[in-house]
Each structure stands twice: as structure tokens, then as C-alpha cells.
Design a protein around this ligand. Structure first.
Ligand code: AP5
Ligand code: MG
Length: 219
């Protein structure tokens, strides 16, 4: 049975950073709903144009659009043995849809690491973030600076600041998270799959804690 790990946590806590490390270490696919939307926006697809109007306001993209996009991604061959899901599901309705989709692929959500940090840490991380245009590699001007300012170490593409990282939009994203995603935390807590991870530590320590949280689930 294919193994799926859902990374939960507020905006800026480090889901993308940790998902990339975990996916590389465990040789699983990394599915980031935010990255998929940003790729569609960059390529000016119809999906991208529709999603942008919600993302720019810090609101969630409607469930039907998001679920269809994830279904298409799950169908790609690199998900056959499983994946790390980052940013999806984001509310209980998406979690129910995910379970149905995974049942079709003989897959299951095996664990839900929940990464947390105080709001001041989230704002500090988001305000210093630089993202790689080509592949979404993540940097921070203080905590994980690129070797050369404005250039991705891994693929040489330029680094940019996300449009939804403006202070007003970040405040809205955190509010949306509290209203719509916290119920999902309770949903997974009840299912016994939630594992809390302290995100207010250095990247390497969060990574170690995350690895040990899932050590009995993915080898
Ligand atoms: P999305 O892209 O998922 O954004 P998010 O959840 O708000 O999270 P972020 O990507 O901002 O933060 P992160 O936790 O990944 O942190 P990161 O690793 O980058 O979603 C964007 C939008 O798309 C949503 O608002 C919504 O509109 C839409 N959307 C997406 N999914 C959806 C869904 N399922 N349904 C509906 N709509 C959806 O780290 C942040 C910074 O901190 C970086 O600079 C990093 O270098 C640094 N950092 C990371 N870890 C550490 C550490 N331990 N110590 C110091 N610095 C660190
Ligand atoms: Mg992210």
C-alpha cells in the first residue's frame, strides 16, 4: 500500500522546507498545492488565473478546483509508492476527498506531522523568504541565505518574493488558517494520526524530529 504523509502547519512554519528534505531522504514525491498553483499562475493557465484571484487575497482556492488539481498530480507515476503532501488537505472537506482519492490508488494517509511555531516566528520567516522562480527552492535572507544574492544555489534561476507574502496578506492567511485549517488538526487528532513537531527550532533539528516522528511509518 502506498504511503502518504500529510504535513500540517500554519503559513511560514517550514512545511515546504521540511517536505523537500523528507521527500528527498525517503525517496517519495513532494506534492505542494501552493507550488502547483504558482506553476499554473506562471504559465498563465485558466486554473492559474482563477486561483490567483483567491491567493492574492490570502483566501483558500475553492475546494473543487484544488481537489481536481491534486487528483491529476496523484495520477503521475512518481506517486505510485507514496508522497509527502504539503498544503493539502487544508480543511476537513479536502481531507475526506483525499481519503476517497487515495482509496482508488490503494494508498492511505499514514501520519500527519503537525509543525507549530508562534505567530512572531511565522512572520519573521515569511518576511525574509526568497523563492526560486524555476523550481520553488526556498531560502531565507538570514536563516538560509543563498550563496549569491538573488540566485538559486541549486538551479541558478532568480529568486523572488511571493506576492502573497505582503504583511496584509500574511495576516489574512494566518486568520484563514485559524478558521479553516485548525478544524482539520482536530480531525486528524481524533483519527490518532497527528504527531506534533516543534517548528520553532533550527531547520536541521525540526528535520531530525520529523524523521523520528515518522520512523515507524516510512523506512
Ligand atoms: P502555500 O504555498 O501552501 O502557503 P502556506 O501554507 O501559507 O505556507 P508557506 O508556503 O507560506 O510556508 P511554509 O510552511 O511552506 O514555509 P517555508 O518552508 O516556505 O499556499 C499559498 C496559497 O495557495 C494559500 O494562501 C491559498 O490561497 C492557496 N492554497 C494552497 N493550498 C491550498 C489548498 N489545499 N486549498 C485551497 N487553497 C490552497 O518556510 C518559510 C521561510 O522560513 C523560508 O524562508 C524558509 O527558508 C524559512 N525557514 C523554514 N524553516 C525554518 C527554520 N526551522 N528556521 C528558520 N527558518 C526557517
Ligand atoms: Mg510552502
Amino acid at each position: 500500500m502506498a504511503t502518504f504523509i500529510v504535513l500540517l502547519g500554519p503559513p511560514g512554519v517550514g512545511k515546504g522546507t521540511q517536505a523537500k528534505i523528507l521527500a528527498d531522504t525517503k525517496k517519495l514525491a513532494h506534492i505542494s498545492s501552493g507550488d502547483l498553483f504558482r506553476e499554473n499562475i506562471k504559465n498563465q493557465t485558466e486554473l492559474g488565473k482563477h486561483a490567483k484571484s483567491f491567493i492574492d487575497k490570502g483566501e483558500l482556492v475553492p475546494d473543487d478546483v484544488t481537489i481536481n488539481m491534486i487528483r491529476e498530480r496523484l495520477n503521475r507515476p512518481d506517486c505510485e509508492i507514496g508522497a509527502i503532501l504539503d498544503g493539502f488537505p487544508r480543511n476537513p472537506a479536502q481531507a475526506v476527498a483525499l481519503e476517497k482519492m487515495l482509496a482508488e490508488f490503494n494508498g492511505q494517509v499514514k501520519a500527519v506531522p503537525y509543525i507549530t511555531a508562534p505567530e512572531s516566528v511565522l512572520v519573521e520567516r515569511i518576511s525574509g523568504r526568497w523563492t526560486c522562480r524555476a523550481n520553488g527552492h526556498i531560502y531565507h535572507q538570514m536563516f538560509n541565505p543563498p550563496k549569491q544574492t538573488g540566485v538559486c544555489d541549486l538551479d541558478g534561476s532568480d529568486l523572488y518574493q511571493r506576492e502573497d507574502d505582503k504583511v496584509e496578506t500574511v495576516t489574512k492567511r494566518i486568520r484563514v488558517y485559524l478558521e479553516q485549517t485548525i478544524p482539520l488538526v482536530e480531525y486528524y487528532r481524533k483519527s490518532g494520526k497527528l504527531i506534533e513537531v516543534n517548528g520553532a527550532q533550527a531547520v536541521e533539528q525540526v528535520s531530525l524530529d520529523l524523521c523520528s516522528a515518522v520512523k515507524n511509518i516510512i523506512l
